[in-house]
Write a protein that binds this ligand. Structure first.
Ligand SMILES: C[S@@+](CC[C@H](N)C(=O)[O-])C[C@H]1O[C@@H](n2cnc3c(N)ncnc32)[C@H](O)[C@@H]1O
Length: 238
């Protein structure tokens, strides 16, 4: 049984469409005009998500009841849906908790169009799409409790009361979206990570790795996805 909590109004839906300024590649990949960067890999976004954010956080092996993922940059919701598919396959009881921070939300039609490239993710996107179209930012089903916190993460994350077991650090490229990789923000990520919790990102930029280390994470460089040689996985002491 599906239950949606509506927390927004039509005004917000209109605002979303104005917020995300998007063009589309011939292959159907959304590209942010504001940041001049694609929302996900031009090759295979779903496979990249699984490699970087799931395997990078040692998921699904670490899933347990009540597991809480947090994310910088909600975008199309593809990462949320990939996590939900993995959660279902792992057969963990109860709801996956997922909190994402997003400053420039896409519209529901844009999300629908972007996800159409990934039939497996699109097939489980119904609750997200219908909630989003109604302006809701909280989605609650039998196996998911998700909240998308709208606003600049530099302002919203410090006010967040939660602590995540795993972080998906998914801003646009650090050179194009430096505010989402600022050392102060990564310090807030560490402060909002449970003991023994982890963070992963496709970026292997030295500045990102150093900022995560200074924030208190043990930082590891792992093989990247596709043509990217490296990515970053980080863990807080237990
Ligand atoms: C690479 S996309 C995220 C892709 C997404 N995780 C997905 O599954 O489709 C980066 C996202 O970060 C958001 N963003 C950029 N700067 C931000 C900020 N200061 N605070 C919050 N979100 C931000 C962008 O609007 C964009 O949606």
């Amino acid at each position: 049984m599906l239950a949606l909590r509506i927390t927004g109004g039509l005004g917000q839906v209109m605002e979303q469409d104005q917020n995300a300024d998007i063009s589309w590649t011939a292959e159907g990949v959304p590209v942010s005009a504001r940041f001049d960067d694609p929302y996900f890999s031009l090759g295979n976004g779903l496979a990249e998500t699984r490699h970087v954010f799931l395997a990078g956080n040692d998921l699904p092996a670490r899933f347990r009841p009540g597991f809480h993922i947090a994310e910088l940059g909600f975008g199309t919701g593809l990462n949320l849906l990939a996590a939900l598919i993995a959660w279902r396959a792992a057969g963990i009881a109860g709801r996956l908790r997922f909190t994402s921070f997003e400053a420039f939300p896409m519209g529901a039609a844009q999300i629908d169009r972007a996800l159409a490239a990934f039939p497996e993710a699109h097939a489980v996107a119904g609750p997200l799409l219908s909630a989003w179209a109604q302006g809701a930012r909280t989605i609650r089903t039998d196996d998911l409790e998700a909240e998308i916190v709208i606003g600049d993460a530099r302002a919203t994350l410090p006010r967040w009361a939660g602590r995540a077991d795993a972080w998906f650090l998914d801003g646009f490229a650090p050179a194009k979206n430096p505010e989402l990789w600022a050392p102060e923000l990564l310090t807030e990520v560490a402060a909002h990570t449970a003991p023994g919790g982890t963070a992963a990102t496709y970026s292997a930029a030295g500045a990102v790795r150093r900022a995560l280390a200074e924030a208190g994470f043990a930082v590891d460089r792992r093989p990247g996805f596709g043509r990217k040689r490296h990515m970053t996985a980080a863990r807080r002491p237990a």
